[in-house]
Write a new protein. Structure first.
Length: 214
């Protein structure tokens, strides 16, 4: 288990301006970004492209590291998909993922880290449903920077996840741990990368990524 004061934050860049994004980081006292996007580029906001972002953050005194190979949400191994959808539980069990977590935890010895992906809402993103969950289960304090400037503890995000899940009456007799695991699994199936996205899935992804400072 981690030391009780070890903390990692997450943030989604969405369609924020670079200035607004950095303001969020400053407010949370972030000194390093761990980029967990598999593809570290933005179709609509070029200032979040890997090379541009790395240089801009450097000029602002914020370190940058790309961890998309270890902690990204789009696996390259076909065995890490279930019915064409990225399987977060299988991904969390890989040695590459474990190495990525170790890099983040080691980095906290020197930096106050925010893991960055693109989605506005943590519950739409693997940074929360996969990586944040794994760190939380290791005893790391995980908090999520929201684009309105508020910061939410991971436990509060999990409570919202439970409320969002449509549990049957039988689920009420499950243990809290099993209900939470089922809620994670259900949400991941809805938002994880799919090899064959339906038109509705593509529209939902476009909607999520177009939300600004709401």
């Amino acid at each position: 288990m981690a030391e009780p004061d070890v903390e990692v934050l997450t943030v989604g860049h969405s369609t924020l301006s670079y200035e607004s994004f950095v303001a969020l980081l400053r407010r949370a006292s972030i000194t390093a970004i761990a980029d967990v996007r598999t593809v570290p580029y933005s179709r609509h906001s070029a200032h979040f492209n890997k090379e541009t972002l790395c240089e801009e953050l450097r000029l602002d005194g914020i370190a940058y590291a790309f961890l998309g190979d270890e902690l990204g949400g789009r696996p390259k191994d076909a065995r890490l998909f279930c019915d064409g959808v990225a399987d977060y539980e299988k991904m969390a069990a890989t040695s590459e993922f474990a190495r990525g977590l170790d890099r983040v935890i080691e980095g906290t010895k020197k930096y106050h880290i925010a893991m960055m992906c693109s989605e506005h809402d943590p519950l739409d993103c693997h940074r929360c449903l996969l990586v944040g969950r794994a760190l939380h289960e290791k005893g790391i304090i995980v908090r999520h920077i929201l684009s309105n400037g508020l910061i939410s503890d991971h436990s509060k995000i999990e409570a919202r996840l439970i409320q969002m899940s449509k549990s049957s009456a039988a689920d009420l007799f499950e243990t809290p741990e099993n209900r939470l695991a089922a809620a994670y699994r259900s949400r991941a199936r809805k938002v994880a990368f799919s090899q064959r996205q339906t038109p509705d899935q593509r529209k939902d992804i476009t909607r999520r990524n177009s939300i600004g400072n709401g």
